[in-house]
Design a protein around this ligand. Structure first.
Ligand SMILES: [Zn+2]
Length: 174
């Protein structure tokens, strides 16, 4: 999965992971898919990204097995939308960690430019990426919402990997 340079063969697992998750556009595409926004034109509109840039990231994420395609009907046409695989869903704690770290350490350009990671069970924001910092529950896409204050008034429940006959779903764990 070549990005600016290929880190996929590095001996360090952090480097190999960053080859996929270290690309800003790629991780913002994942953000959109977690928000349930899996159709090309809708992702493009939300990100304000050029067709070729988005196509390339979607291709990389498909190739890396984080996304799968699912057909949907658009009038008379059948088109493809993008959904998470379990491998993609497993990236949630990474994205949560980046959100939480940014909220703690980076200045926001406007008063409402904030995002919170919410454990649905508590309804409270967590400051831990993989377990709820209030109740200790393990956070999954199924029990987590993101509240982007610039996007919606309420937290939005995250998308999960649908149960589909996907190529990467049935591979045994090495
Ligand atoms: Zn909780």
């Amino acid at each position: 999965m070549p990005l600016r340079s290929d880190w996929s063969e590095r001996t360090c697992s952090l480097a190999r992971g960053l080859d996929i998750l270290g690309d800003p556009w790629g991780s913002l595409v994942l953000r959109e898919i977690f928000f349930g926004n899996g159709r090309f034109d809708a992702i493009k509109t939300r990100l304000g990204v050029a067709d070729n840039v988005l196509s390339k990231r979607l291709g990389w994420l498909l190739e890396a097995g984080l996304l799968a395609q699912r057909p949907y009907r658009d009038g008379a046409r059948i088109r493809q939308e993008y959904v998470l695989t379990t491998k993609g869903e497993d990236a949630l704690p990474v994205l949560n960690a980046i959100i939480i770290w940014s909220e703690k350490h980076l200045d926001a350009p406007t008063d409402n430019a904030h995002m919170r990671v919410i454990h649905n069970g508590c309804g409270l924001p967590t400051v831990s990426a993989d377990t709820c910092s209030h109740c200790g529950s393990r956070l999954t896409a199924a029990n987590t919402s993101w509240h982007s204050l610039t996007r919606s008034e309420r937290p939005l429940a995250l998308a999960t990997a649908p149960t589909l006959d996907l190529p990467n779903e049935s591979e045994p764990t090495a």
